[in-house]
Design a protein around this ligand. Structure first.
Ligand SMILES: Cc1ncc(COP(=O)(O)O)c(C=O)c1O
Length: 379
């Protein structure tokens, strides 16, 4: 990869070469409408169904339980709005957590204005939701529990399996936003006891603007949009075949190499952390529990260093995210760090560095040099 060392794979990933190769013919040679009954349409319908199978295989689902969408945001919107609108007779109560992505929190905020009641379950200092708190929040009128599988900012993995059991016991639908976990760790819908699961293509080496929603057989969802009969009538509109094919290939690759990739992500993150620990002349605080975290994600703060200052000094050489937005004369702490009750200084110093399958040892070693040199100048 050219340009600065890329260590922001949680923001997005480059498209894998195998994925690009697979999708390209669908822009020109294979342009048929998959709803057309002649050969080019049928070819594309088959390509789409193959992709559906590849997505389903990665998460232990049936192909007919997968619908394609424009990404994680749409999948979350469809799961949440679709589930609550089709269960209005049961009630108007939703349970979620304080550390969800805006693609969940903003849907809940919108629904609150529509008369729904939201219970925002708090998290511990590592950003973890306690399943007992979920169970305590369940009421007879609870229609949906939505808890993310892994957090995008700090990487914390939620005890989805346990929460899924609780949801099942109380006959409440359970959705998980798995945009950050799919392709990085095992994500099996039956293991996890989920009814609905969101996938974002660009987090697993597929293109931006494509995703999928898993809908357990028998679960009824209202549509977000209305039109013709594509995607079992649930997500009408002529399908984005090249991107669907790409998502399928990305899922196939992720399944084939899950263990190897996981190990690589972890080794690169560990090399980075060990390198930084050995070189910086200040304390390093870890925001997540390293034993319960995505293998690629390092959310850390260097004592006495503001994240945006560090990021701006190194931005021409290394790309990573900062945990809190910086405005003209103030720092806005991220809602996730706020929910974790991270102290203000740590929050203002938090950077999120996330490795990927293309990260090399050499990149990590150079990033360690660049970051530690700058940190040591700033403290
Ligand atoms: C946890 C999580 N959910 C949802 C999304 C949104 O996905 P998309 O960008 O595909 O709409 C993201 C992307 O940053 C994410 O990290």
């Amino acid at each position: 990869m050219s340009g600065p060392i890329y260590l922001d794979y949680n923001a997005t990933t480059p498209i894998a070469p195998e994925v690009a190769e697979e999708m390209l013919p669908y822009f020109q040679a294979h342009f048929g409408n998959p709803s057309s009954s002649y050969a080019s349409g049928r070819h594309n319908k088959e390509a789409m169904e193959k992709a559906r199978m590849q997505v389903a295989n990665l998460i232990g689902a049936l192909p007919e339980e997968i619908i394609f969408a424009s990404g994680g945001t749409e999948s979350n919107n469809h799961a949440i709005r679709g589930a609550v609108f089709s269960n209005q007779q049961k009630g108007k109560h939703i349970i979620t957590s304080e550390v969800e992505h805006p693609a969940v929190t903003e849907v809940c905020n919108y629904l609150e204005k529509q008369g729904y009641e939201i219970t925002w379950v708090p998290v511990d200092a590592f950003g973890k939701v306690n399943p007992a708190a979920i169970e305590k929040a369940v009421r007879p009128d609870t229609v949906l529990i939505s808890i993310m599988h892994a957090n995008n900012e700090v990487g914390t993995i939620q005890p989805i399996k346990e929460m899924g059991e609780i949801a099942k016991k109380h006959c409440v639908l359970f959705h998980t936003d798995a945009a950050q976990s799919v392709g990085k760790i095992e994500t099996d819908v039956n293991e996890l006891n989920v009814d609905l699961l969101s996938i974002a293509g660009h987090k697993l080496y597929g293109p931006k603007g494509i995703g999928a929603l898993y809908i357990r057989k028998g679960v009824k969802l209202e549509n977000l949009i209305f039109g013709a009969g594509q995607e079992h009538g649930l997500r009408p509109g002529t399908e984005n075949v090249p991107y669907i094919v790409a998502l399928g290939k990305a899922c196939e690759l992720a399944k084939e190499n899950l263990d190897g990739n996981k190990q690589h992500l972890f080794q690169m993150r560990q090399r980075l952390l060990d390198g930084l620990k050995g070189k910086v002349q200040t304390g390093i605080k870890l925001n997540a529990d390293p034993n319960n975290c995505l293998p690629n994600t390092l959310s850390i703060a260097f004592d006495g260093v503001e994240a945006h200052t560090l990021a701006s000094f190194v931005s021409s050489e290394v790309s990573f995210s900062i945990g809190s937005a910086c405005h003209a004369d103030s720092i806005e702490i991220s809602p996730v760090l706020k929910a974790m009750q991270t102290d203000r200084k740590t929050a203002a110093g938090t950077v999120r560095i996330s490795t990927g399958k293309f990260t090399t040892k050499d990149e990590i070693d150079r990033a360690v040099e660049i970051i530690s040199e700058t940190v040591n100048k700033l403290v």
